[in-house]
Write a protein that binds this ligand. Sequence first.
Ligand SMILES: NC(=O)c1ccc[n+]([C@@H]2O[C@H](COP(=O)([O-])OP(=O)(O)OC[C@H]3O[C@@H](n4cnc5c(N)ncnc54)[C@H](OP(=O)(O)O)[C@@H]3O)[C@@H](O)[C@H]2O)c1
Length: 217
Amino acid sequence: MGLALRWARAGETIILGSRDAQRAQQAAEEIRKKAGAGANITGMENSAACAASDLLVLTVPFEGQATLLKQLKTAIRPGSVLIDATVPLAAGVGGRASRTLGVWQGSAAQQAAELVPKGVSVAAAFHNLSADLLNSEQSNGDDSLDCDVIVCSDDPAATQLTRALAAKIPGVRAIDGGKLENARILEQITALLIGLNIRHKGHGGIRITGLPPQAYE
Ligand SMILES: NC(=O)c1ccc[n+]([C@@H]2O[C@H](COP(=O)([O-])OP(=O)(O)OC[C@H]3O[C@@H](n4cnc5c(N)ncnc54)[C@H](OP(=O)(O)O)[C@@H]3O)[C@@H](O)[C@H]2O)c1
């Protein structure tokens, strides 16, 4: 919802996916109220949403990720880019939200890459952006976030597309984080941030310093 709000605010065309089309339409309406009447946002059942776009953002709990991707395999268009923000939190199996589960493939993003149809590129990103900040009550989606987004993918074109999308969120600098296998580190950082948020009662994010200016462009 927070990402959709920010991108609707930035003028992107948004299709919200849900297991239930009506729920997606209600969520789209909620975002339109915040983003303004001009926001181009609709809601659809997940497979219809996949069939209608070739840039997908997967934001579901880890425990639903594999099943959902298997269900959507025939709906995802060849040549699509799928941005995965899934964090394999132990909370999904009754553990702590400040711990992650081991994933056989190395990370949730690598699991996604194994499950998407051939020719679909996966980029890992947005793991370290707080939904609370994106959705802040005071904001209509135009306040600035003090956070960087690190993007990992084995496809440089998917990295560039994801970085461009991330940079549409005010305050966000999008940094190329290398290969998709580095997603395991991004996913772990989220667990650390959740622990910090509990300890310090805040909404932590990360900033990467000391790189040459072009790394942030
Ligand atoms: N929240 C954050 O600040 C944050 C930050 C970075 C990364 N993440 C990661 O992003 C993902 C989504 O986080 P969230 O906080 O947005 O989670 P969420 O609110 O619990 O779930 C998002 C949506 O996923 C769908 N969903 C839930 N369970 C599902 C299942 N078993 N199968 C298919 N779809 C399911 C639901 O939509 P429908 O019921 O409408 O289908 C739900 O509204 C997680 O992997 C999380 O670790 C979250």
